[in-house]
Design a protein around this ligand. Sequence first.
Ligand SMILES: NC(=O)c1ccc[n+]([C@@H]2O[C@H](COP(=O)([O-])OP(=O)(O)OC[C@H]3O[C@@H](n4cnc5c(N)ncnc54)[C@H](O)[C@@H]3O)[C@@H](O)[C@H]2O)c1
Ligand SMILES: Nc1ncnc2c1ncn2[C@@H]1O[C@H](COP(=O)(O)O)[C@@H](O)[C@H]1O
Ligand SMILES: O=P(O)(O)OP(=O)(O)O
Length: 264
Amino acid sequence: MLDLRFSDAELDQRRDHILAFIQDRVDAAGADGAVLGLSGGIDSTLTAFLAVEALGAEHVHGLVLPATVSSEGNMSDAERVAQDLEISYDVIEIEPLVDSLLEVYPGAEGDREAVGNARARVRGVMNYLVANHENRLVLGTGNRSEAAVGYFTKYGDGAVDCHPIGTLYKGQVRQLARHVGVPEELAAKTATAELWADQTDEDELGLSYEVLDSILATHIDGPLSVGATCRLLEVDVETVERVRTLYEQSEHKRHVPPAPDPLE
Ligand SMILES: NC(=O)c1ccc[n+]([C@@H]2O[C@H](COP(=O)([O-])OP(=O)(O)OC[C@H]3O[C@@H](n4cnc5c(N)ncnc54)[C@H](O)[C@@H]3O)[C@@H](O)[C@H]2O)c1
Ligand SMILES: Nc1ncnc2c1ncn2[C@@H]1O[C@H](COP(=O)(O)O)[C@@H](O)[C@H]1O
Ligand SMILES: O=P(O)(O)OP(=O)(O)O
């Protein structure tokens, strides 16, 4: 696979660039700081570390939003991140809110994907409730690997005001996290959306982030054809075409919803 790691100098440059980005977004909005969901995973942990460095701990508010499918380990990691960073945070159980959606629309009961995505959307509603109330921006935690294949819930975890780590591939997220002092056990953690029990990103996507990142850098974001990518990375054509299909099918998630062209 491709070695996509940054040099130490590049890591410093990336960190500084992201810190300036967060400060600029908050200043430009006239906001008093930022809100973000803390899941105990590496994306939200890195984003929280960077937000605190950019804005100061008193200007960052974390939300830990357990559902019935959330593991205790992840939720306690999320709280530990907030405590170590000394940011204010709330723990709010979201399952009663999901249950009330299903009470008024029982037809979706048992639909793992629809209910899982509803969990992500309820979290988005909570983030904006706090952001509105405290005049803060909602920080996204998505990275380039997830965005490129649409591995996020439209208007769920995708409902945010900006994406500080949105240009980093997943392996680079882990590398930058270690560089800014995120504890190793969090930096090395298995990625999971935790929208349903035992879900992991790599199982659901059907490929490892190492392979995905390399195909994205080479073929989707880079200039190489399917054939050249297969030869360079020694992966089969079906894998590269699958990534291409995920990329094309998720195009709608990366754009503002379209309206018809104006009539002349
Ligand atoms: N970062 C994470 O780890 C994370 C977080 C949340 C969700 N996820 C994953 O993301 C996926 C989300 O599921 P999903 O993508 O099926 O649901 P989604 O709700 O995000 O997107 C599907 C919806 O998009 C709309 N849509 C579909 N095709 C369209 C098109 N061509 N043009 C315009 N709109 C279109 C429709 O409304 C459809 O219901 C799941 O695999 C979930 O596990 C990952
Ligand atoms: N349990 C959670 N509490 C708060 N915020 C959460 C929780 N689970 C997910 N989130 C937020 O959504 C994004 C994406 O989640 P994935 O775990 O990658 O699906 C995460 O970074 C949190 O900001
Ligand atoms: O978005 P997070 O923080 O939950 O990270 P991961 O997707 O790696 O679980």
